[in-house]
Design a protein around this ligand. Sequence first.
Ligand code: ZN
Length: 292
Amino acid sequence: MKCKIIKFLAYNKRVAVMCIDSTNLVEEIRKIHDLSPTVTAAVGRVATVATMMTHLEIKDETDSLTIQVKGNGPIGSIVAVSKLENKKLANVRIYAQNPHVELPLKSDGKIDVGGAVGHQGYLNIIKQNKLTNGNYNAVIPLVSGEIAEDFTEFFAKSEQKPTALALGVLVNKDGVKRAGGYIINPMPDATDEDITNIENAIKKANPISEMLNKGLTLEEIAKTITGDNNIEILENDLDVSYKCDCSKEKIKQGILSLGKEEISKILKEDGKIEAQCHFCHKKYIFTEKDLI
Ligand SMILES: [Zn+2]
């Protein structure tokens, strides 16, 4: 699919930076779920940060990352599940409970992501390893529902990692024009001057989706947001694809959780149980013999 994702080092390796142009991924997600522009912006931001976190925090192909954003707004839950297919390629899948929600633009002309997600609620991040059954689970209250602020809080509170994070999706009724994001992580040896330089650079910079829309490359964006013209590229061959690994067996587990009584009731009425994968809309049909 080709999204551009680049890892950089700034200020003599004292600061790590990741930039992503996730336009193609977010447009594919919009089409799969027929998302409204408002939900495209919200889901696109979550998919963009999920992709970056997968490349930054997931080390093993048996690890998976689950992100749930559950606010009190009309979108309901947004759920993203991701893993590494290999060291260079992340697989992401995502859905929103109510894909067609549309809210008026805010007074500043921006899409009201916080209003659609809801200003109250929680962000749940789960990292799981299939082999060791290792499980990391963090739940933090939403700050604003605008997604980037909520994840910045997560990195600060749950991971004690000072992080500058930006996410942006430029979308209209015809589709996604530009989507992207960046994460800046000062290393322990970063100086106060490095941090001040970065803070000033971010203040001066345009939003990420606007920089992409103006045709800036990720390298130019990394220089702009760090204020360091001597950044070095650490990795520039990372990518992401939308991939669902649902199967009849996995969907069956979900149906079995309905309980015997409910299952026999539906079978009696309809003769079969139809279930659809939330992430890819594939339909599965179960008859009595499938569920015994
Ligand atoms: Zn699926």
